[in-house]
Design a protein around this ligand. Structure first.
Ligand SMILES: Cc1cc2nc3c(=O)[nH]c(=O)nc-3n(C[C@H](O)[C@H](O)[C@H](O)COP(=O)(O)OP(=O)(O)OC[C@H]3O[C@@H](n4cnc5c(N)ncnc54)[C@H](O)[C@@H]3O)c2cc1C
Length: 394
């Protein structure tokens, strides 16, 4: 069994300075009040257009973001590949909803597919459907509300962009992940992603849908997808995550008076996630699997399933993934044992990636144990290196 606490392997790519910077950072964001203050600071400085790059770039940006452009991220991808870790470059500019912003983001998604073509360092490309259309419109379409003429035109344009990305991925033989987002958008996203999988996944999985396993209806949906794939003869590209918007979803369901879509407990979400993994590995004739989680148990479950069904650790249909800057103990130890691993690496200029950075800081403050875990591992490695140095002197 893999020892996820092996910090020597986990941090072999990190210098002592890197480790101390990460320690300082996780220590800082472990305090909710600092994160709240930071959020206000970022909001105010953005409003008055005060530059904050000089403060964020060497700290939180360096920890969680690959760089400003794909080109600037290239050395990072090469560095990760030295440790058998692939990259997934995720253009994470947020906040702009104008037609110009949408076009610019779409162009960047297209570039990222070209960048991934024949690039052995890059395992998948990824996009967020909400970056291609306004939230209001996607919400309306998801609720099957009637669209007026102008809305219908915009919605058609959105679906054309979505399809162009899948087509481009297919033409370049690059796998493309469709991120999952808020519950109120998801039906429309799921429906169109299914259509794209039917069209482009005939020979292998090119388009990957995302299931947020904190939703209690997702195992039933998984079975429905399997039956559809059998009936229509295609492979389902299946990205699993637990889901990032729990508090928001619960609050919204409460406010609008519909049943909470989220599992009642963390344990129920964990069981859902692990049962999802079991289901796809048992039906691997119709699935390719992408497991996006920092949860040690779920990573162990997948390793055990690979062993149980005598699959190769590096079976190209199965990938483990963690976000850049987090859970290196999982990524590096899995890759060391020849499992397929890909880091999700956001990239964008500092001011465009601020909402993403705030979410990372909040998540690391909010998720019980995540920051503590990161800190413990970093401290252990710092101690291990000190002891090693001392021993080598003696
Ligand atoms: C590679 C990668 C890609 C991702 N892509 C997406 C994406 O497309 N869409 C998206 O929404 N998120 C995405 N995420 C984020 C993901 O959904 C989780 O928020 C994050 O990874 C934390 O969950 P975990 O499985 O890593 O670990 P854990 O720390 O074990 O789980 C925390 C998660 O458990 C769930 N949870 C916590 N408490 C409860 C409770 N009381 N009741 C029910 N459930 C609970 C929540 O989902 C919470 O985020 C991605 C994560 C990774 C690593």
């Amino acid at each position: 069994m893999i020892d996820f606490k092996n910090t020597q392997i986990a941090f072999e790519a990190k210098s002592n300075a890197d480790l101390h910077r990460a320690k300082f950072l996780f220590n800082t964001i472990s305090h909710p009040w600092i994160v709240k203050l930071g959020k206000v600071f970022v909001y105010v400085t953005t409003k008055i257009r005060f530059p904050v790059g000089w403060l964020l770039k060497p700290t939180i940006y360096k920890q969680f973001v690959g760089g400003e452009t794909l080109k600037k991220c290239t050395p990072l991808a090469q560095q990760l590949m030295k440790y058998n870790i692939c990259s997934i470059f995720d253009y994470s500019a947020e906040g702009g909803g104008s037609a110009k912003d949408i076009q610019q983001t779409f162009d960047e998604f297209i570039c990222s597919i070209g960048y991934a073509k024949n690039n052995k360092n890059v395992a998948y490309t990824v996009f967020k459907p909400t970056a291609l259309v306004s939230d209001e419109l996607l919400k309306k379409a998801s609720a099957k509300a009637e669209l007026n003429e102008e809305e219908q035109k915009q919605y058609d344009e959105y679906q054309q962009r979505f399809e162009k990305l899948c087509q481009r991925a297919y033409d370049n033989d690059v796998r493309i992940l469709v991120d999952a987002e808020d519950y109120c958008f998801q039906d429309a996203i799921d429906e169109f992603t299914e259509e794209m999988m039917r069209k482009f996944n005939k020979k292998r999985a090119i388009v990957f849908t995302t299931l947020q396993m904190y939703r209690h209806d997702r195992l039933a949906y998984l079975e429905k997808l399997y039956n559809d794939a059998v009936e229509n003869n295609y492979t389902v590209g299946m990205k699993f995550v637990r889901g990032a918007y729990m508090e928001k979803e619960r609050e919204r369901a409460n406010q609008l008076g519909y049943p909470d879509p989220i599992c009642p407990t963390k344990q129920a979400t964990d069981e859902n996630y692990n049962n999802g993994l079991r289901y796809v590995i048992e039906h691997l004739d119709k699935f390719e699997v992408f497991s996006g989680t920092h949860n040690e148990e779920s990573n162990t479950v997948l390793v055990e399933l690979i062993e149980k069904y005598n699959l190769d650790p590096n079976d190209n249909r199965i990938f483990f993934s963690q976000l850049y800057g987090m859970s290196d103990n999982l990524s590096y130890n899995l890759a060391h044992e020849s499992y397929n691993v890909a880091k999700y690496i956001p990239y964008a200029p500092v001011k465009k990636v601020l909402p993403y950075l705030i979410r990372r800081a909040e998540e690391n403050t909010a998720i019980a144990g995540q920051t503590t875990r990161e800190l413990e591992l970093i401290r252990t490695e710092i101690r291990r290196r000190k002891a090693e140095k001392k021993n080598s002197k003696n």
